[in-house]
Design a protein around this ligand. Sequence first.
Ligand code: FAD
Length: 503
Amino acid sequence: MDENAIGDIVVVGGGAAGWMAAAALARHLGKNRKIRVVESDEIGIVGVGEATVPHIRTFNAQVLGLDEADFVKATQGTFKLGIQFRDWARIGDTYYHGFGSVGQDLGPVPFHHYWLRARGAGRAQDYCHYGLQSEAAEQGRFMPPASDVPATSPLANIAYAYHFDAASYAKYLRGYAEKLGVVRHEGKIVQVSQRPDDGFIDAVVLESGERIAGDLFIDCSGFRGLLIEQTLKAGYEDWSHWLPCDRALAVPCATTEAPTPYTRCTARPAGWQWRIPLQHRVGNGYVYSSRFVSDDEAAAALLANLDGEALAEPRPLRFITGKRRKFWDKNVVAVGLASGFMEPLESTSIHLIQMSIVRLIDMFPDVGFDPGLVERYNRAVDFDYDRIRDFIVLHYKATERDDTPFWNHCRTMSVPDSLQENIDLFRRSGRFYRDGEEFFAMQSWVQVLLGQRIVPEVCHPIVDQMPEEEVFKFVEHVGKVISACAQAMPPHQAFIDRLCKAP
Ligand code: FAD
């Protein structure tokens, strides 16, 4: 091995981020390298990340090679086709952000322009009825993509993610990683040792006095950022002026209902409430701004809006939305909550963990810490964060609500220029253009823009010059195809039962 080579990797933290990192590194770069995970039972994990986006399937199946049924059983998982938003633009509104595509492409112009024209003439249903994921979600149906239908059928292209118990996922990945030789050290890190010449970290020291040395450290220590912030002082960009929620209360409740194949996000007077169905319980939480509601009022609002009996006391969590100024500094790469946090409105945290790990594997510093490589890594993660931030801020900004001081604040706050430009362009012309490789697809943006009542009065000139009956017939046809496809899918619960009972 080169003298600069990375032989010892130390992952600090054993939450979802730590075990996802350890598992993936062990599988892809574990040969001739020692990988250790340090975690403290006393400190524990956040463990409330329960809703995901479809890319988790790539991580589980392709990066780790996990068996889906085994994973779903181990984590009490359910399937997710999108998110239902209630009361966001106006009280009484409901819309879906379904995964995957909406409608059908007909030439170069996206489907929503046809929908806009038909809607303008009163000839269209709500936009969500033209996306199979949203339509099936509303009907409580689920199945993975079918292989026995034409490749162009919506049934062959179903996009889905999971809801799962995050603590069970961390445990499951721990078992996986340990089988690949990862060594776990339990104990609290009380000291971080740096090389005197360049400030690189050379070891962490546990309360017991044990010293764990390494060449590369993955900081998965959660909000505290033990290495990246407390030791290296990478800095933090605070986004609370755009994302004002700073606290959450999480509580599981019992349920007798079949799990919905979607996450529900309901706007509340000073934030919003999540509802995430697992096989054995429902996860709930109120994400709120402490400037606009007290903890007691938030707890009362949460407990008054559960489907069943609360199974624990509401668990408080505090956070500051934002990102680290550097995600990789010296020989430390921050992953998970240690790298930043945007609230869970679009279930992006676990996705950002996965993106960071896959990038790190791609940009692995096997021949030393090349500043050019580190700079490229930081730039790429920075871009991921900024574009996801804009998408989340959109949900708050694009509201008509003026019924509480919180919603008045959100409606009237200034937002990043990049977001304001996108909103203005869409409102004027129905056009939306994605920036480069940004995570959320145009179809995601359009569903949320329309769902939040930013509905352009015009459509693309290509659609505008078509005979109107042709446009109406096309939109009607797409609606019928989507409805028929949704009807062909089994109930979500029946699919889970079949999957989990299979040997
Ligand atoms: P943690 O779970 O906090 O783990 C930190 C680890 O570091 C622990 O093992 C701890 O013991 C260890 N540690 C810390 N300090 C020391 C020390 N001194 N010595 C030794 N060990 C130490 N994500 C989603 O994708 N979907 C969601 O729906 C979602 N919902 C969320 C809701 C809320 C309210 C919050 C706050 C987060 C949510 N997330 C969600 C984010 C998700 O919970 C996290 O991204 C995920 O759990 C990863 O956390 P982590 O591993 O980075 O940190």
